[in-house]
Design a protein around this ligand. Sequence first.
Ligand code: NAD
Length: 429
Amino acid sequence: MSDSLFADASRRLERALKYVSLSEDTIERLKYPKSSLIVSIPVRMDDGSLRIFQGYRVRYDDTRGPTKGGVRYHPKVSLDEVQSLAFWMTFKCAVLNLPFGGAKGGITLNPKELSKLELERLSRGYVDAIADFIGPDVDIPAPDVYTNPMIMGWMMDQYNIIKRQLSPSVVTGKPVTIGGSLGRETATATGAFFVIQTLLPKFKRIPSETTVAVQGFGNAGAELAELLWKAGYKVVAVSDSQGGIYAKQGLDIPSIRRLKDANKGIKDIYCEGSVCSNIIEHEILTNEQLLALDVDLLIPAALENQITEANVNDIKAKFVFEVANGPIDSAADLILETRGIQVIPDILVNAGGVTVSYFEWVQNRCGLYWTLEEVNQRLQHKMVEETEAIWKKSEELSVCMRTAAYVYGLHRLGAAMNAKGTRDYYVNG
Ligand code: NAD
């Protein structure tokens, strides 16, 4: 087990380096974030008191373009976590061939304890603190855990006030009415759905005979559960931070979403009217129990480090699709591989979010807006193309999908770094 999340994240890079020939300069540069900012954000609370929050923004690497990455509001946000997420974003953008580098941001807090007005003051204060670090051609924030389109709208507005100009492309994931892209809110789940659909035939499976458990019923997890349910998969378990529910014969996902949206936790939903009438037998589960279910597809869609050496031997799923960033640590990853459980990595599976963020940035910059159909067609094209390429690379090198994805991303990052000049070029002419 590693001493930090970032040290653990870097191990994935070390594994992949064996399969690529990169200049020493490139390898050295990829070990360190380009710049990290820690800020204090003073916020006037509703009762008149002043609270200071700690915020972060890390730009990991910008060789392939302006840096891009979400902003997380969570009590466990730390510099270590933000650096790791920025590192993953660098590879994700390279894997999807988006003209971006990787970044991430966050504020350490429990957002559920703040009123809406306090959240607005905090979000605007965060932008005040990082305004010189971001910009449409420098670094572009987006939503992540416990941030949403409304918060992105406040952030864009605050940046525009500071700069005295309208720059919608400084932030993505905004409300559609102020420059957001159609399809952005559902993009992470839609992208993950395309990855699953592309790989399912290769695993010789069909939806109606495939059982699924989803950990984390938020923006990404709930939407993906519904897409899978609509496509005929049997979604037998879902959970949120309070716990989960399980029904052997499959859950009625749209009803669960409706009730969850009415501000109930997952485990409080049963037995509330419509859902219970559809499903006779169900069980309340803890998150640990959900992870240990004997299902075909396990989909962690909450937070990092959910599967570690402590519980990896309990995992019975045949395939794990990482919708969350970093849900499996590197030690558990190796054990899953030796046990023959295939893991499809975060830097591919959840890349639909940043891909449609890229589409939003393009639309903002050219002032021409696409229909939902156009957005989803372009997303499908990208996700299927890169999934096929990584699958091919994993077969060619006989490595797992994670290593194949890193190798693939490293080729693109290495080529970009070489194009800017390396030691070989300067020393050997
Ligand atoms: P969200 O805030 O909308 O949802 C998170 C969900 O996880 C909530 O339902 C919450 O109750 C649940 N949760 C929190 N702690 C949990 C725990 N210990 N066990 C089970 N459930 C728990 O966040 P999101 O945007 O859906 O992001 C989820 C994951 O997907 C994160 O790892 C995020 O980095 C990743 N991701 C999100 C996007 C995006 O566009 N939203 C893009 C790429 C990756």
